[in-house]
Design a protein around this ligand. Structure first.
Ligand SMILES: NC(=O)c1ccc[n+]([C@@H]2O[C@H](COP(=O)([O-])OP(=O)(O)OC[C@H]3O[C@@H](n4cnc5c(N)ncnc54)[C@H](O)[C@@H]3O)[C@@H](O)[C@H]2O)c1
Ligand SMILES: [Zn+2]
Ligand SMILES: [Zn+2]
Length: 366
């Protein structure tokens, strides 16, 4: 039997973004049912809304969330009702070669990126009985959802839901980009272009590992101000400064250049910011099909590297609880990343916050 319908934020290829009532089927084998308590608004939701990443079917948006387990299906052994969980948007299969090798962020069998549960179904139906699909296998802009056990990571009860929500995407991605993807060492230099929720988390990660200097670049003065609070040693206005020329002139190039926007034009400028042997880290996600050009002789001659970064090269079951413990021990100022908290009915305003680059990460409360 399905639950009573509740409002969900849906993007439909024909109708755009709107609120639609959806019913949820109960958890099947290996699945857990979750009551969503907080959901962050990430640029990866906006990429769907604005058509950067086209969808051919209606999706329940939202992929950065935390909540409480309300039910478990047959065979679920690691979670029980009442557990607090952070949702992971890249539910690993736990069986493929990449998962077996401990590289869950590269799982080749996950169906999450096809916006379905692992068996290819959706737990949501609308009032006409038509399926509505879970964005990245979650669909967190609604009151309740059903996910495979591997997409729900148990966290301590003391962890605020708002912080837990952001651990579901921006924080784990940004800090993981530093610690896992780039393996930044103390005293190495880094530049971060774009300091929204993800880029500020990169800055936080750089501060955590003792990178120096840490140069943050954004167009928004408010975001540059925030970057200083999270540990940037220098801030630059990307609209007026040639960042690559600045990095070469002031530092002889940096060891690491992180892009956290998803702009092909900006990504193309990363290698010129690097010192020899340095790494460009692509954290921002470009529109589907976008390509870029690099100085190929310079890359080979200077031994520069270009690293893709999915989910901060993180293993959710390990990295999310680890970051939660660092936060609870006072080592990461994650509260400072939380901006406005709004009810689900204010989703339009929440996306306007994101597009304006004003405030920090907006949280929706279903
Ligand atoms: N790699 C991953 O697994 C992963 C995970 C989450 C998000 N993302 C992607 O990361 C990107 C950032 O996400 P977000 O939620 O932090 O977005 P956001 O909109 O909150 O932040 C983007 C920031 O970039 C700034 N900006 C835009 N153009 C700029 C320019 N030309 N120069 C300097 N700054 C500029 C904006 O002012 C804003 O502060 C998105 O593409 C998102 O899809 C990737
Ligand atoms: Zn995200
Ligand atoms: Zn796998």
């Amino acid at each position: 039997m399905s639950s009573h319908p509740s409002p969900a934020v849906v993007v439909d290829p024909d109708r755009g973004m709107h609120t639609r009532e959806v019913a949820l089927r109960p958890a099947g084998p290996g699945e857990v049912e979750i009551e969503v308590r907080a959901a962050g608004v990430c640029h990866s939701d906006l990429h769907i809304v604005n058509g950067d990443w086209p969808t051919d079917r209606p999706l329940v948006l939202g992929h950065e969330a935390a909540g409480v387990v309300t039910g478990t299906g047959a065979g679920v052994t690691g979670l029980e009702p009442g557990d607090h969980v952070v949702l992971s948007w890249f539910a690993p299969c736990r069986r493929c070669r990449k998962c077996a090798a401990g590289r869950a962020w590269l799982c080749t069998e996950t169906r999450a990126v096809e916006n379905t549960l692992p068996d290819g179904t959706t737990p949501f139906t609308d009032a006409d009985g038509d399926p509505v699909w879970p964005y990245l296998g979650l669909g967190a802009f609604t009151g309740r959802l059903t996910v495979p056990e591997s997409a729900a990571v148990k966290v301590p009860r003391e962890l605020p839901f708002e912080v837990g929500a952001l651990l579901g995407c921006s924080i784990t991605t940004g800090i993981g980009a530093v610690t896992n993807t780039a393996e930044v060492r103390p005293g190495e230099s880094a530049v971060v272009i774009g300091t929204g929720g993800v880029g500020l988390s990169v800055v936080m990660g750089l501060a955590l590992v003792g990178a120096d200097p840490i140069i943050a670049v954004d167009l928004s003065p408010e975001r540059r101000e925030a970057a200083l609070r999270f540990g940037a040693t220098h801030v630059l206005d990307g609209a007026v400064t040639d960042v690559a020329a600045w990095c070469r002139r002031e530092l002889g190039g940096v060891d690491h250049a992180f892009e956290a926007i998803g702009s092909p034009r900006v990504i193309e400028t990363l290698p010129a910011m690097l010192t020899s042997g340095g790494a460009a880290v692509l954290v921002g996600m470009a529109p589907t099909g976008a390509t870029g050009a690099f100085d190929l002789f310079d890359l080979a001659d200077q031994g520069k590297r270009i690293l893709g970064c999915n989910y901060g090269s993180s293993v959710g079951q390990i990295d999310i609880p680890k970051l939660a413990r660092l936060y609870l021990a006072g080592r990461l100022p994650l509260d400072d990343l939380i901006g406005a908290t709004r009810p689900l009915s204010e989703v339009e305003a929440a996306f306007a916050d994101l597009e304006a680059g004003s405030g920090l990460r907006t949280i929706l409360r279903p």
